[in-house]
Design a protein around this ligand. Structure first.
Ligand code: GUN
Ligand code: FE
Length: 445
């Protein structure tokens, strides 16, 4: 029997198309959305259904239904240092804290506890789809994939590949990196879970030789796999990459066949115009990670510039360079970054990266656009918008039931926009009562 959620419903159709039904309904059968709109009676009669043929769930006046959050970039092992060591720029941070931490994941037992916790935490914060980096280790990466399946979260999971410019205790031989990547893909395909997908994951151009990047590009191509990595995050990093590859950061990846429609690159803070054009031509997306760009002092990423150039953008927490596991938090911080860019650009104050280009016509990101980035934009960035990201009929029911009165009873009624604003600007995981993936409620009560 279908379930019909009745009440306020919000979602997006594109960057500039926000849609709400207040009141409205979403009808779900099994995993899938079978109806959405404002007129339930009309829909029931079109379906030749009577009200007794469906199970109705009535939302309260301060509740609403929205698509699940999509985290386009998160490092699962780094949850072990969540909120710690955020006092250095990228390359020092990697060498001082992160590589030693990730090396511990040679032990799958160690990995098990951390991975259980990070999947639980992201679900608690409403992440229905996450694109995870694990570590260099095959066994532990499989632990992460199984944990996502066990807890019912949709996930892209990648065994990280690094064969150079890394410490001796955390580096692979090229042939092992390739062999373990192939084995990982095989093992995930053997799981036969619709929730988890293997993802080719060169850590970043700096830690992969040209040969390894090319071999990873051809594995991705032969199996039409998802790809994830980092690009143009930090000025010093970019200089080293250009020195090694004798070309731009984006071109280094493109030469290896790693820029595809199924590629998502994290950061892109300092991309040149020609690199943005290349990403757009290849259909490659950017995971905007505002928390980590601030915490690791990488810079202010100009999302408007990317979107206007035709690049798809989603949001990433980039835990633990980012200090919050919540995409709701990333959404708010993308608005902060956009406001800060506005100050720089309009007042012509010299900033870093893209902030140093004055633009009197710069337009701040609006909260409904940021809401798109956190949901459908993310699904698009991960090339999964045909199955998730909004409430289009036929998609999977990946959704959040939000209650803005969970912490404090409002003293007046709130319209649809105000409900969403309250949640975006003041809410947290305690406002997320239920998290659905493929129609199943997965948040721990
Ligand atoms: N670049 C290469 N590895 C990393 C990482 O773990 N975090 C971030 N933020 N950037 C990276
Ligand atoms: Fe990252």
């Amino acid at each position: 029997m279908p379930t019909v959620y009745r009440g306020t419903v919000v979602h997006t159709k594109s960057f500039d198309e926000f849609e709400s039904f207040g009141p409205g309904f979403v009808a779900v059968e099994g995993e899938k959305i079978i109806g959405v709109g404002s007129d339930l009676e009309k829909w029931l009669s079109e379906q030749k259904l009577k009200s007794e043929d469906v199970t109705e769930v009535q939302l309260t006046e301060y509740q609403f239904l929205m698509p699940g959050f999509v985290d386009c970039h998160i490092h699962a092992p780094q949850y072990d240092q969540y909120g710690l060591g955020l006092d250095m720029p990228l390359l020092d941070w990697l060498n001082t804290y992160t590589f030693p931490l990730e090396a511990k994941f040679a032990d799958p037992k160690y990995a098990q506890q951390v991975y259980k916790n990070v999947v639980e935490a992201t679900i608690r914060c409403g992440t229905t789809l996450a694109s995870y980096f694990a570590t260099n280790h095959l066994e532990s990466t499989l632990v992460l994939a199984r944990e996502a399946v066990r807890q019912g979260q949709r996930a892209l999971v990648g065994k990280v590949c690094s064969n150079c410019n890394s410490p001796d205790f955390y580096v692979e031989k090229t042939e092992d990196s390739v062999k373990h990547t192939k084995l990982f893909v095989q093992e995930i395909q053997n799981l036969k879970s619709p929730l988890v997908m293997p993802t080719i994951t060169p850590r970043f151009a700096l830690s992969c030789s040209e040969d390894l990047l090319k071999q990873l590009g051809s594995i991705a191509k032969s199996d039409d796999l998802h790809i994830q990595s980092h690009i143009s995050e930090n000025v010093s990093e970019i200089e080293v990459v250009k020195g090694i590859f004798k070309t731009s950061y984006a071109q280094a990846y493109d030469n290896a066949g790693l820029l595809t429609k199924k590629t998502v690159m994290a950061h892109g803070v300092h991309l040149e115009d020609s690199e943005i054009a290349l990403l757009r031509d290849r259909g490659t997306s950017i995971a905007h990670c505002p928390a980590s760009n601030t915490m690791l002092s990488s810079g202010l990423c100009d999302v408007q510039r990317l979107v206007k150039s035709g690049v798809t953008v989603g949001l990433g927490t980039d835990v633990s360079g980012g200090n919050s596991v919540s995409i709701k938090d990333a959404l708010l911080r993308s608005l902060d970054v956009s406001k800060h860019l506005d100050f720089f650009k309009k007042q012509n104050i010299w900033g870093t990266g893209t902030a140093k280009i004055p633009d009197p016509k710069y337009q701040q990101l609006k909260y409904k656009q940021a809401f798109y980035l956190a949901t459908l934009g993310g699904a698009k960035a991960l090339a999964l918008d045909h199955i998730t990201g909004n409430f289009a009929v036929g998609k999977q029911f990946d959704a959040l039931l939000v209650d803005v009165s969970a912490l404090e009873q409002p003293t007046r009624s709130l319209n649809v926009n105000e409900l969403l604003e309250k949640f975006i600007y003041t809410g947290d995981d305690r406002n997320i009562l239920k998290v659905f993936v493929a129609g199943k409620s997965i948040k721990k009560e």
